[in-house]
Design a protein around this ligand. Sequence first.
Ligand SMILES: [Zn+2]
Length: 229
Amino acid sequence: MLEELRKQVLEANLELVRAGLVLYTFGNASGISRADGLVAIKPSGVPYEGMRPEDLVVTDLEGRTVEGSLRPSSDLATHLVLYRSFPAIGGVVHTHSRFATAWAQARRPIPCLGTTHADYFRGPVPVTSALDAREIESAYEANTGEVIARRFAGTDPMEVPAVLVAGHGPFCWGASAAEAAHNAVILEYVAEMSYYSVTLAEAAEELDPAHLDKHFLRKHGAAAYYGQK
Ligand SMILES: [Zn+2]
């Protein structure tokens, strides 16, 4: 079932390892088939090395396993809330990559200080509010998705395809699992650069809005002209 999606999701998970974003079994990537209403996600606690497409777990949008003998990633419920809340996304990635997590732990949004950031994120990468005791106590993973969805109320998640969960780490998304993994790699890169920028100049100025939009829209706008047709 969903052989192509399984392959894509496996590849997205392996990309996180190749890019140095995950240690051991940390991190998880998933992808959705909107036509089938089914999600393929990394199994929980299984080493990346030797992982096969058939090891991925296929669930419905309520989290019921439809295919697969392994347990899904413990963060499945967060991914599902994001798929239900953001209809345009096709893939979700979560890591504890070092610099993005440092910003999440500092509870500081990553400011847009340069065009590398603006090419991918149309503004600062936001931080969620902290989960309260009740949200942590029960349905913790689903509530993590809910604080993300609340943070994006009134915002197009495709314009800023990443968030920092306060005291936790980044979640990223995209049109596909591959794009979500790519955005996670770029997020870590801009998180590192912004860290150095504010270290060198504490009051580093954010990119001028016109400059930010120029870079974001030439790549992602209706009249995008970056790259090949
Ligand atoms: Zn985590």
